[in-house]
Design a protein around this ligand. Sequence first.
Ligand SMILES: CCCCNC(=S)N1C[C@H](O)[C@@H](O)[C@@H](O)[C@H]1CO
Length: 649
Amino acid sequence: MAPEKPPCLPFLMLPLLTLLLQQADPRSFVVDRERGLFLLDGTPFRYVSGSLHYFRVPRILWADRLFKMRLSGLNAVQLYVPWNFHEPEPGVYNFNGSRDLFTFLNEAAIANLLVILRPGPYICAEWEMGGLPSWLLRNPKINLRTSDPDFLAAVDSWFKVLLPKIYPFLYHNGGNIISIQVENEYGSYWACDFNYMRHLAGLFRALLGDKILLFTTDGPDGLKCGTLKGLFATIDFGPADNMTRIFALLQKYEPHGPLVNSEYYTGWLDYWGQNHSTRSIEPIAKGLENMLKLGASVNMYMFHGGTNFGYWNGADEKGRFLPITTSYDYDAPISEAGDTTPKLFALRNVIGKFQEVPLGPLPPPSHKMMLGPLTMHLDGDLLGFLDFLCPQGPIHSVMPLTFEAVKQDHGYMLYRTYLSYSIFEPTPLWVPNNGVHDRAYVMMDGVIQGVLERNTDNKLYLMGKVGTKLDILLENMGRLSFGSNHSDFKGLLEPPILGQTILTQWMIFPLKVDHFVKWWYTFKLPKRPQPKDPSGPTFYSTMFPILGSAGDTFLYLPGWTKGQVWINGFNLGRYWTKLGPQHTLYVPRPLLLPRGAVNTITLLELENVPLQPQIQFLDRPILNSTVHRILSLSPDVQNDTELMELSGH
Ligand SMILES: CCCCNC(=S)N1C[C@H](O)[C@@H](O)[C@@H](O)[C@H]1CO
């Protein structure tokens, strides 16, 4: 008798068996193209994710923000890794303090959030130079975001440090990173260099292995040059866009994978001099629900925006140079100060229709502190501290040099020369070829004459005797983070012209303002003889204890014009109260010293000080003040510009 045949499983049992077998799989996150699903450990999985940038939030607040994101019903967090945040000089790496990416990944795991990592090398994100380090521009001919060997050599060197550190955090290795993005919206960049994308994909595979899901993200018009065979294609769009049309476009490149919107915009960014951006809740919630009904995986950009502390804001160029504001609130579901908003609860309700949302309640808004007004005391004009600000002394050069040429990444540089002849009539000073990058404060023998700005053809009319000292303070307002040109050199890119004379013989002072302020805050500077009413860039400070209950707060600078703020030596960011729309700077509670200790606040005011040099700490932000556009264009251009702005361009 033939041995009894083993019972043949009815055909339908097979998938279940496959599923059960897969259950036994080790940890895995894969795309099932037969069913158009993600599988997590063999089980169908959809992520509802939110973007949070660790580099825009003080480390001590990471757990709070991540916990709120989990309680909002998210099961993943998406984050960029800014190359320039971690490699300040070639071959010098920093993963400490608020740069400790790995602690952040562990905090995300503790909050029970999976991670979608986007290490670039370019990240956009309204971040300085889109995350690329400005020291790349010390080679002025470098071709960024292409297969230029010089660029690829720097990229390889960086990723050979970063990616091995990421490897243990990959999901299948026991970590929480389920997918990794290659480049960022490459299809929006002019180069369309497939050798570059293939190089990146090969490098990621070589350093991360073949299990991790590598993907790309592009806008609807970028799929042709941004996608690559072997990389999972995803797309980004906002609530006002046509989801059906855009997902149909995506399916031309990813016909069998799950639908993914990697950047579903919950708000938008702000530029200095433009109105504050807000986005209504209802269309955002409706769009999210429609995508979740389709079974799509979605990442909401941003879920918590945070702040561009220091000099880290990026910029765009739309006819005019448009620096991003210090606040990256983004009108996001979690506010810049970490508070829940009605938008968060609306989105949480939508998510709750599709998957389990952790029981609340979400924490109430943090305690906000009010304090002041406080009177700021004049410490002296910037020129009076040159020995501290540039201890190594000036660089001498016939022609002006850029920030990059003298290895100054951020902040300010002083260019000094002397009149070689007297000018008795008002004589125009200007910089050809739009050579002011980005703002120039012009002084004669220490007296401010006015400001020259990028993308304007404004001139200043000067008079002076031979030997008069001409000082031009150049402010770097942040390098372009989007568009066709990231080689956004800073400083005087051309020699200024006075009348018919090209000004040469420069003394160039790279200013270490942050070192100076930190040093001053620590060791207290000796008082110096100062002009009785200095004009131009000037330092003010005051000291104050917190006697009541400390809390998050918003620094308000009524009547001040434009400058930089430090709290206890920490660079809080830029202010531009005269222009708006941001009138307050978020001060996270942990930046303030404990009750009874004395805090120090330092301002570098670049233009004009109010009659009453006071500041205040408010219990709410002002991000939408009326915009006072400073039009320093010539009259004819000014009228056109005003017309354009009135017509809402
Ligand atoms: C004017 C926006 C500049 C282009 N950036 C766009 S579309 N975005 C996509 C980009 O990938 C992301 O990093 C962010 O920069 C986002 C805007 O917040």
